[in-house]
Design a binder for this molecule. Structure first.
Ligand code: FAD
Ligand code: SF4
Length: 510
């Protein structure tokens, strides 16, 4: 018996039962392949981070006695696709069985099923042992229900896993603390500096360039600040609980040009590559709260648990429920292109300049920047969801389709007609100004809807509502704002729509 076990780049779970014993009849294979680097234009830091983490993982497996084959992107033997590399290894080494772990992406799931059919040897599939829920658990939970309310799934997860519970009831008697969170950051408040690693990546960077892989964004230094091992991932988790957790919820939705990550955990890459498990992250955070003897407020902790146990599991479940239709959905029938400054950050709109600029520099923006700055503008500009998806899937260090497309196409772009996000996440400058200090330094005037230097969000917002009236006006979560639109004088409405048209025509110059 000779077994070949495939490990994908986002399956770096060293705690998996596969690795609990060493067995020389089992060989693990990891591959850096064009197939994965080229299906979308990725951020350079993302490609480098995945390769660096995969190489580190392979080295660690070898160090504890496992047999490992590793295809670097530069290896002459590398056939650059999963199928061809597997065929090649199986014929070269006469493996008798292939084993792989459930992929999290629909694309790879389908492909591996097809490859398995075509191989001359049997295949078995195992769970990644990463998520709290199984792929189809959410589908079963919402069976026969018309809506997919995240809060309901979150409460079920809390109950099922006994997280922050006292029997069947929430430990404090209240499930949701959203009203205590989400404050604007005071002008003189500076969040702690993020913990940045200095991982040497000169060689990988050279190999990526030599392989001719097209990337976006910057990696000017010869080191990478993202964690590339379990040890570093745990260090980042520890840094988070010590430094950021105490104000995590309070400033969860705040934005400032002074800090690119505020109180956020920056754990999404470590989680999505599976170097960390959601369970251990949640448990560590709760332990910190328990040991803090009241110093850390409960709403900070509940706010964080809601993201990982709630949103993250919910998005994964919705992905498996709604794919493959989701990746084609375009409820609002949008057709425009994203302006080219999404790839340079060169716009006079201060909020977008910062949100895009930091994405290019760090391969990271936090949730509200993604949702209420770049996503908001893309939707107001009528960008085609395929383009928006490609941008998000490429630019962020944590972007893997199961969690990217559910957040982008569905939640942010409303392309699923409101199954995941029950309202459209669009706003005027008023919201952006309430949650950030971007407007203070902006070329545009946050208070103006029309005329010289009027903030583009203000006219584009009403234009968006006007344009999609037949699809949105009856939505109970949106209908309120239509009342305000209907009350405006016809002349005012016409002037706003004209201003919006002008901005859309000159979108490259904004
Ligand atoms: P924190 O704010 O510190 O939150 C802690 C953890 O909670 C995160 O690491 C993440 O694992 C989880 N989490 C929080 N919100 C969500 C959410 N909405 N969905 C799933 N998990 C969540 N997240 C990705 O992991 N990959 C993506 O490609 C991605 N694309 C997004 C696109 C858009 C348009 C939007 C609005 C959100 C997207 N998100 C994505 C969700 C969220 O923005 C990121 O998970 C978060 O910003 C990661 O940074 P953090 O680790 O500092 O998060
Ligand atoms: Fe953004 Fe408008 Fe505020 Fe400028 S004024 S930062 S464009 S919301």
């Amino acid at each position: 018996n000779k077994i070949l076990r495939l490990i994908l780049g986002d399956q770096l779970n060293s705690q998996h039962s596969w690795f609990s014993t060493t067995d020389h009849s089992v060989t693990y294979v990891l591959m850096e392949v064009w197939q994965e680097t080229n299906y979308v234009v990725h951020h350079l830091q993302k490609v480098v981070a995945f390769f660096a983490a995969m190489r580190q993982f392979a080295a660690e497996l070898q160090a504890i006695g496992h047999e490992v084959i590793y295809f670097k992107i530069s290896d002459p033997e590398n056939k650059q696709s999963f199928e061809q590399n597997l065929q090649y290894l199986i014929s070269k080494h006469s493996y008798t069985k292939l084993e792989y772990l459930l992929p999290d992406e629909y694309r790879l799931d389908e492909e591996l099923k097809r490859i398995a059919q075509a191989l001359p040897i049997p295949t078995t599939i195992s769970d990644t042992e990463h998520f709290y829920s199984t792929r189809d658990e959410l589908g079963k939970f919402f069976k026969n229900r018309k809506t997919y309310v995240m809060e309901n799934f979150y409460r079920y997860m809390r109950q099922k896993h006994g997280v922050l519970m006292h029997g069947d009831e929430p430990i404090t008697g209240q499930w949701n603390y959203d009203q205590d969170n989400r404050q604007k950051m005071p002008a003189n408040h500076l969040p702690p500096a993020p913990l940045l690693f200095a991982n040497a990546i000169t060689e990988i960077k050279k190999e990526v360039a030599a392989a001719g892989i097209t990337t976006m964004g910057y990696l000017p230094e010869n080191n990478l600040s993202w964690p590339i091992s379990r040890v570093q991932s745990l260090e980042l988790l520890e840094y988070f609980v010590q430094n950021n957790l105490p104000l995590f919820g309070t400033f969860q939705d705040a934005m400032t040009p002074l800090s690119w990550s505020l109180y956020h955990a920056r754990l999404s890459f470590a989680l999505n590559s599976k170097m960390l498990a959601p369970r251990e992250v949640v448990q560590r955070v709760i332990r910190e709260w328990e040991e803090s003897a009241g110093k850390i407020e409960f709403h900070q902790v509940e706010g964080f648990v809601r993201q990982v146990l709630g949103w993250r599991e919910y998005m994964r479940g919705m992905y498996w429920l709604k794919m493959p239709d989701l990746e084609k959905a375009n409820f609002l029938e949008n057709t425009q292109s994203l302006p080219s400054w999404y790839w340079t950050g060169k716009t006079r709109m201060n909020c977008l300049k910062h949100a895009i600029g930091q994405s290019l520099h760090f391969a990271y923006a936090h949730h509200i920047q993604r949702l209420m700055i770049t996503g908001n503008f893309a939707l107001l500009a009528g960008a085609h969801p395929d383009e928006v998806d490609a941008w998000y899937l490429g630019i962020y260090i944590d972007a893997i389709q199961w969690v990217e497309i559910t957040n982008t196409r569905a939640l942010s772009q409303f392309a699923d007609g409101g199954q995941i996000g029950t309202k459209t996440y669009v706003s005027t400058a008023a919201y952006i100004n309430r949650m950030s200090s971007y407007c203070q330094g902006c070329y545009y005037d946050k208070n103006k809807k029309i005329g010289d230097r009027a903030c583009p969000f203000n006219s584009l917002y009403w234009n968006f509502l006007d344009q999609h009236e037949s699809k949105l006006a009856r939505n109970p979560r949106i209908s309120m704002v239509y009342k305000a639109w209907y009350k405006m004088e016809p002349d005012t409405k016409a002037a706003i729509l004209e201003q919006a048209q002008q901005y859309l025509e000159q979108i490259e110059e904004l």
